[in-house]
Design a protein around this ligand. Structure first.
Ligand SMILES: *Cc1c(COP(=O)(O)O)cnc(C)c1O
Length: 256
């Protein structure tokens, strides 16, 4: 239904809705190209730096699965949208001392990358009396700056996770090398898929480990073609993020 005149707010609303539906179409197309149904790919809308009002526009347009990179920001947004039918995933690096707060809003942690974090999550979950879906984050790019387990460390880590009653490992997550080079990005995705395929056979959790969370705004179609079951997309829906404060004021890193 068209109403005139549009206020700028309504214009923005239609903008997010239009982008979201265009991307859902591309997700569906890539799923079909990879021989799967569109429902086989979960779309996590990444809301970092986006104000709750704009996130709400996406929710009204049908987004239900939201992801945040930082605990305090996620907690604040989850509170602001507490009446909406949404679930939150933690996708960013998680410090063990933030476990209590992350479990206040996230129903999934995709960035499990070390035993000390598993231990902290388990202890808190035992206290709360419920379980948590987790993905094991793997460093497929080999870049020292990236979080995630080294490829070789994954099998032993999965064996150790077997002892944690409250953690339900569902699969793997990665960030590909930040490059426009399609071959290099796909190489990262294939590495994660190889790890998953081996784990399905060899890990104690076996068939539980089916999920592959890979693909962001610039590469989600490639990721789906390589087997992603979860994509994490922000800027393609909300537009480019503002650069960090450190870009504008050298030395200001952490101030914003
Ligand atoms: C920000 C972020 C994304 C989404 O990146 P976009 O470029 O906004 O699509 C995906 N995964 C993680 C871990 C992120 O921090």
């Amino acid at each position: 239904m068209l109403r005139f005149p549009f206020t700028s707010k309504e214009q923005a609303l239609s903008d997010v809705a239009v982008k979201l539906s265009a991307i859902m179409g591309k997700v569906a197309g890539a799923a079909l190209r990879s021989g799967r149904s569109p429902e086989a790919v979960r779309f996590v809308l990444v809301t970092k730096t986006v104000a709750p009002e704009r996130v709400l526009e996406a929710v009204r347009a049908g987004a239900t699965d939201l992801g945040e990179n930082k605990v305090q920001e996620g907690l604040g947004k989850a509170r602001a949208l507490s009446n909406e039918p949404v679930r939150w995933s933690m996708i960013g690096h998680l410090q063990s001392n933030k476990v209590k707060d992350v479990l206040r809003f996230a129903s999934e942690v995709q960035s499990l990358d070390r035993l000390s974090l598993a231990t902290a999550l388990e202890r808190r979950l035992q206290h709360l009396g419920h379980g948590l879906n987790v993905l094991v984050q793997v460093n497929t790019s080999g870049e020292a700056s990236k979080y995630g387990l080294a490829l070789e460390a994954v099998p032993a880590f999965l064996k150790e996770l077997w002892a944690f009653d409250s953690l339900r490992p569902k699969g793997f997550m990665t960030l590909a090398t930040f490059t426009p080079d399609e071959a290099e990005v796909r190489r990262c995705f294939r590495l994660l898929r190889g790890i998953r395929d081996r784990a399905l056979n060899d890990a104690p959790q076996g068939a539980m480990l089916a999920d592959l969370s890979m693909g962001m705004s610039g590469d989600y179609e490639w990721a789906i073609e390589e087997g992603a079951t979860i994509v994490r997309v922000g800027q393609a829906v909300f537009g480019p993020r503002p650069l960090p404060d450190s870009h504008y004021w050298p030395g200001a890193a952490g101030a914003g």
